[in-house]
Write a protein that binds this ligand. Sequence first.
Ligand SMILES: Cc1cc2nc3c(=O)[nH]c(=O)nc-3n(C[C@H](O)[C@H](O)[C@H](O)COP(=O)(O)O)c2cc1C
Length: 188
Amino acid sequence: MTTIIGISGSLRTGSFNTSLLRAAVDAMPAGATLEIGSIKGIPLYDGDVEATQGLPDAVAKLKERIVAGDGLLLVTPEYNNSIPGVFKNAIDWLSRPDSDIPRVFGNRPVGVIGASPGGFGTLLSQTTWLPVLKTLRTAAYFGGRLQVSRAGDVFDESGNLIDQKIREQLGKYLAGFCEFVAATRRAR
Ligand SMILES: Cc1cc2nc3c(=O)[nH]c(=O)nc-3n(C[C@H](O)[C@H](O)[C@H](O)COP(=O)(O)O)c2cc1C
């Protein structure tokens, strides 16, 4: 069984990206499950807090869930053509202490997808994640891409995925990503 930990980079209740993550749970291929992690409760990174108190509980727990999983799926919004601060902040905390980076991120398969009400479907924020994933020595997945644009038409008011074409694209992306995760795990 392949287990993916998925994290949405939005705190918003009606988040398109959290809706996309929820839709992904149902679109997983046979033999794989997607568990939802959350950045809620992660404070702003502060080196003084780290030095005196260590990792906040929400960070430590999410970190161990990532370690226990086989792959990581980041579902990213786009702010000002880049990564939203709250999402980057969470990954920054998760990368502490840096001696732990190989255990948490090293050669870990990571996929990035995202949704935006605009026309480019988080293309630029997905691209902005690349140097971060490279720095953390992840095994970034490049075998597919999913950029959900015009998200207001793709999800209904309750956050259900109502666009059949996107559902198919999501299923195809996840099938490819899970194959990549399994192959990366075998090679470890
Ligand atoms: C500060 C800010 C900057 C934004 N910049 C962009 C942008 O550069 N490109 C884009 O497609 N959408 C941009 N948006 C719109 C977001 O894509 C939209 O708010 C989206 O719903 C956020 O994701 P969520 O629904 O998962 O919370 C921006 C929104 C905010 C609040």
